[in-house]
Structure formats: C-alpha cells, structure tokens
Design a protein around this ligand. Structure first.
Ligand SMILES: [Cu+2]
Length: 508
C-alpha cells in the first residue's frame, strides 16, 4: 500500500475524500476557533495506588531473542487489556549493556502485521537501524547484530514500519536500552533501587478497557492524546521511596504529548543528562519540557522529607503552543515510607562535552517544516502536501519536511561519513510542535531562535531528538559516523511521522 492508498483508506483520507475543499477550509476555521476543545484531551486523574513496576535491567549478553507478540496486561488496576509487547506483557525487556559490548538478538515477529526494531539513539549500521525498508513480515525473523560504541546513556527501542510506528508503539512495543560506561560509573550516582527507569505514555481506552487507537483527522494533525497517563505500563502509579537521593531516568514514550516535568511541591531537581548521556554539569530547575522520543536524567533530593510525605512527579501547564499545554496533571506518586541516611551530593563535574567547532562544518542544510497553519492567518505553508496546488487553498494538510512527505526511494540529502555539517531545522512558519529525531548520528544544539529563544538544561549535551515549539528554529551540529546507507530525519510526534513527516538522508 503506498501513501496515497493509505491516505484514501485512513480516517484522514475518508475525511478528505468526503469533504469538498471549501467545506474543509470552513471546518478547519471552526476547529481553529475550537482548538482546545477539539484536541485537548483532558487527563483523567487517578488514585495513585498501583505499585510502579520497575523493570530489572537484563544484560544484552543474556538476551538472545525478542519476540513481538500480543499479550494481556493490566494497565488500569484490575482491568485486563490486550497489548503488544516483547515479553509477557506490555513493553519489552530493559536491556543493559556496557559500552563496547556486542548485541546479538534474534527478533521474531509473532504479530499479524509487519514490524521491526529501531534502536533509538544507538549508532548502528543501516541494516540494523530498523529503517522502514527493513521490515519483518508476520511470522518472520531478523538477526540484529551490532557492537555498542558510544557513551553511557538511556536509549530505547521501538518499531519503525512506515505508517505503522505510532500504533505499534502505542500498543506497547517499546523498551529501555541503557548503556553504561566507566566514566559514568566513577561518579557513583544513585543506583540500585535509587535509579528508577520511567517511561511515560498516554492512552485512551474503549469502554471494555481495550486500547483505543483511532486517530481522526484532527488527531493526525495534532497528535493523538490519551486521557490516561501511564508509567512503565500502569495507570496511576505509586512508588515507595526512602529519604535519599534518587536518579530518575525518564523517557517520553508517548506518541505526541509533551510533558513539562516538575515536582508537585515545586522543589528544584537537577538535570544531569539528556538523550545521549551526561551533561558537563548538573543544572538545577523546577520544571523542564520532555518531548516524545526525548530522554532526561534527573537527580531528586528526597533526604529532607518526613515519613508519610507524598510528592508527585507531574506535568505543569506550559505556554507557547496552541494544541497542548493547558492541562496540568499528576504522573507518578512518590510515597516516602522509609528513612535512610544518604551522604550523596551531586558531582560538580559530570562529563566532558567537547563542543564540535562550527568551523569544522563543511555544509549547512536547512530543513523547513511545513504543516497546517491553524492560527489567525491561513496564508502560511508552502507547496507540497495533500492540498498543495489545489487552487485557492493556500495551506497544507499534511506535515512536510522541505515540502515533501516520505517516499521510501527518495533521498533528500547525501552526506559524507566522517564529515561535520550544520543542520538548521526551521519551524518558524508553524503553529505546531515538532520533536525532530535524526537516526544514525548524535548532535549538539548550537542555538534556538524564535519561540523560547534559549537552550534548556537538557539541550546542553549530546542529543538525538530536539523539540521545536511553534515559531522556533534550531541549529544543530553533527559529525556523521562511518555507517553508510539510508538514515532518517523525522518528527517524533508519531502521528506526524506516520502521515509522512519523515525524509531519508544517505551517509556515503
Ligand atoms: Cu511533528
């Protein structure tokens, strides 16, 4: 099925096929006025009485196989839900490696549809990267072999089949992948039960508690927002803790929702790491945005709280976006149940982050993000996309990169292995949020102009995903590794990705 067929058969296509352009424009104008009621799915608050599942890290050397399969689990307490996973329930095993380790995993597809594995943030050869060209058919298998050669950090894995990534990740195919190294180990950061992996996702349910993934046209435009915030596969979780320091390794595994992470008592916490490992120094803050695909490494000081204290990890409302951010809600309860003595203090220096010199760049490329402008003026947008060239409708229906939607055989940039480039990602004509992810390379962010106009704490290290709020432009610098082949630049709003906001580039 090509994209045109998909669009015809999808709810988006149905909507587009059935509505004449003039009516559609009118409908968009109306929904622009009703933007919040249309797209702001109000989060349902829970009782926070379900123990947070903490997956145990398993050394990659002891994982020889992974099977994508249907499973049944309890996301909402005492309710049974059919999901996808890579072991008995939702999500996959928490894979742990040391830098330098070899990974050799036989992946089997027991689903009734094609899938694959993208090792998000891992620098692996093209045929190991889970490119949409490399899918495993139902009943098939594939051998993922690679050697990890990168700094410590919280990475993750999820499927990447063209036009199916969002639903498969939403159904539960995702897992943590942690890389450890000697530099990080020497810091003696909180570990064991004081190091908590947290994946935040949002879900909708049918009345029978089956998962509801049915994006309509507006959900494709904005992202599919769930009413139930789910952490490590459960809704309304609680975690008993002691009076000590904790290291929270947080992954935003939602398809579209951005979280503005904060503690319910307003206390500051330290940001010590980002997508691709530790920052150079810890930075104290009381809230920070985490976009889909991004990871953040936090240190939280619980030493001074009394037994019985309850503190929530929550998402505060945030400004700057029209389609999300109004809501503030609790994510996870920390219940202080034990006292302990802890002499830990955050290290002043975490890691050496050597900036890539701008003078090293051999090329600057601009990637202009296009989307439907829902703000006051409808004159934005350029050609391309579904509605490009359709006469009086000067707007786009699909999200584009340089005016293009994804075509598997089209390569929009060719870069040379070992060279450095500056990539400018330009969302300055857009009212939408786009977390942009690049496969096969890690980057540093040089600057952000427009919108927030600054780099936040988690953006001062190595990254693979960067959040573009409306009207923002970022400049990234990166040196391409010696892995030749096709890699992807795409939006990690997975509804945007699946509707074509993805391009190939080639490393030669
Ligand atoms: Cu996007």
């Amino acid at each position: 099925m090509d994209r045109r067929d998909f669009i015809k058969k999808s709810s988006l296509g149905a909507a587009l096929g059935l509505i004449a352009p003039s009516l559609l424009l009118e409908s968009c104008r109306k929904s622009s006025m009703q933007m919040n009621s249309f797209s702001q799915v109000k989060v349902i608050d829970g009782l926070f009485n379900t123990p947070l599942p903490i997956p145990s890290p398993v050394n990659a050397s002891s994982i020889s196989s992974l099977t994508a399969q249907r499973a049944t689990t309890s996301i909402i307490k005492n309710k049974s839900t059919s999901v996808y996973g890579c072991h008995n329930g939702i999500l996959g095993p928490f894979i742990k490696v040391n830098n330098g380790d070899a990974v050799s995993i036989s992946f089997a597809n027991s689903l009734s549809e094609e899938t694959n594995v993208h090792w998000h943030g891992l620098l692996v050869p093209q045929n190991m990267d889970g490119h949409p060209d490399n899918v495993i058919q139902s009943g098939g298998s594939y051998q993922y072999n690679f050697v990890v050669n990168q700094r410590a950090g919280l990475y993750w894995y999820h499927p990447h089949p063209n036009m199916k990534t969002a639903r498969q990740a939403y159904m539960g195919l995702a897992g943590f992948f942690i890389v450890n190294d000697a530099e990080e180990a020497a810091l003696n950061l909180p570990s064991g039960d004081a190091e908590i992996p947290i994946v935040i996702q949002d879900k909708r349910f049918h009345p029978d508690y089956s998962l509801n993934y049915s994006p309509n046209m507006m959900d494709v435009m904005n992202g599919f927002f769930g009413q139930y915030i789910v952490v490590n596969g459960v809704f309304s979780p609680t975690k008993d803790i002691s009076t000590k320091w904790y290291r929270l390794r947080v992954l935003n595994g939602s398809t579209a929702r951005v979280y503005n992470l904060a503690l319910s008592n307003g206390a500051n916490f330290y940001v010590i790491g980002s997508d691709a490992g530790l920052l150079s120094t810890a930075e104290s803050t009381s809230s920070i945005l985490l976009a889909p695909g991004e990871r953040i490494d936090l240190l939280v000081d619980f030493t001074s709280y009394g037994i019985g204290t309850e503190i929530y990890l929550q998402s505060n409302s945030f400004s700057g976006a029209t389609i999300q951010g109004d809501d503030s809600f609790k994510i996870l309860k920390f219940a202080v149940t034990q006292s302990s003595s802890d002499s830990f203090t955050p290290p002043t220096t975490l890691s050496a982050i050597t900036p890539i010199p701008v003078s090293q760049a051999v090329n600057t490329r601009t990637w202009t993000l296009g989307g439907m402008n829902m703000g006051g003026n409808m004159s934005g947008g350029n050609s391309g996309g579904m509605m490009g060239g359709s006469g009086n409708m000067n707007m786009q229906m699909l999200h584009t990169i340089n005016g293009k939607t994804y075509q598997s055989n089209e390569i929009l940039a060719t870069v040379s292995a070992g060279t450095t480039e500056i990539w400018e990602i330009d969302n300055s004509n857009n009212d939408e949020i786009h977390p942009m992810h690049i496969h096969g390379v890690q980057f540093q962010i040089l600057s952000r102009t427009g919108g927030r106009n600054v780099l936040v704490a988690s953006e001062k290290g190595w990254k693979d995903t960067v959040l573009l709020m409306p009207r923002e432009k970022v400049r990234l610098i990166m040196t391409f590794p010696q892995h030749s082949g096709k890699f992807l630049l795409h939006c990690h709003n997975l509804e945007h990705e699946d509707s074509g906001m993805m391009v190939n580039f080639e490393i030669k």
